[in-house]
Design a binder for this molecule. Structure first.
Ligand code: SF4
Length: 295
């Protein structure tokens, strides 16, 4: 389960809220513009693909799918770390398996057995080797914070799998159930870490020291150190995105190796000699948001 989503909420004046209803993409209740870590990463890769996917909402099926086993594993680990009594140094494997029994009721027998194996592997690799297990600050948590960028007020919310106390700060834990270790581009990881660095500092008044990805199928742990530079970088990118949302004039394609995985090539002048128009029925552009945001 990915760390995310994070949301941006534009702060509008009461008059703005009356003037600008749903068609510009804000709900009439929250006036919220959603921004996830993966959205920000898409924007960083290519402004045009961000525009087509998120602003015009041209969907492809390749990004969606169910992952019932992964969801049940995440819920099991959340329950196991949250509900353990912490009166003994370590829980037994049976504790994790009893949590699994509660979470795996809708899965096939094959998935139930696969989940048992994954939890056994998780236990051997990440629990049994510890001297004692510490209660996390939160599991499957949600954070919310605000940010002022370019005279716009934003609200950030995000989700995470587990938040642990670390020496002099906090450590984010993200469980991965992919069959192999697939790491994001370093700059995209920097953005994800920066978003959480910023939000956690506001909410808990503590510094994010690192983010660990625990690969449950391979037993690998990949750790990234978090620094103030991550926060500065994400503020730069959000400021750039805010400018484009207001002016909607420079959603330029940024071709590169990532084009191999892009589903929007047929609309894109950078890779197609005759790009086709965006499909009928996709969302309208926002127009110039400069008029609707409060300053
Ligand atoms: S094909 Fe490449 S340049 Fe064109 S929208 Fe996709 S990522 Fe951007």
């Amino acid at each position: 389960m990915a760390l995310s989503p994070l949301r941006l909420v534009y702060s509008l004046t009461p008059a703005d809220r009356r003037l600008y209803p749903k068609e510009i993409g804000f709900s009439s209740v929250s006036m919220a513009y959603s921004l996830s870590a993966s959205k920000l990463q898409t924007y960083h890769r290519c402004a045009f693909s961000y525009y087509v996917r998120y602003e015009r909402k041209v969907n492809t099926n390749q990004f969606f799918g169910t992952a019932a086993l992964g969801t049940a594993i995440h819920q099991t680990l959340a329950q196991a770390h949250r509900d353990w009594h912490y009166q003994e140094p370590l829980p037994a494997l049976d504790w994790f398996l009893s949590c699994w029994s509660a979470q795996a009721q809708d899965l096939s027998p094959t998935q139930v057995e696969e989940g048992r194996q994954l939890l056994g592997f998780y236990y051997d690799r990440f629990i049994a080797s510890q001297v004692s297990l510490h209660r996390p600050l939160a599991v499957e948590g949600r954070i919310q914070a605000s940010l002022q960028v370019e005279n716009l007020e934003f609200s950030l919310t995000g989700r995470y799998d587990r938040l642990d106390y670390a020496e002099d700060g906090l450590e984010l834990i993200d469980y991965k159930t992919t069959k192999e270790v697939k790491l994001s581009h370093p700059e995209e990881m920097d953005l994800q870490i920066g978003l959480y660095y910023l939000a956690l500092e506001q909410v808990y008044h503590q510094t994010l020291r690192g983010m660990s990805l625990l690969y449950l199928r391979t037993g690998e742990r990949v750790r990234y150190e978090a620094t103030p530079e991550h926060q500065e970088r994400v503020q730069q990118v959000i400021a750039d995105l805010a400018w484009k949302l207001r002016h909607e004039t420079e959603w330029e394609p940024q071709p590169g190796s990532h084009c191999d995985r892009c589903a929007y090539g047929r609309y894109c002048a950078a890779v197609s000699e005759s790009p086709v128009p965006l499909p009928e029925g996709c969302a309208a552009g926002r127009g110039n948001l400069q008029l609707v945001l409060s300053f």
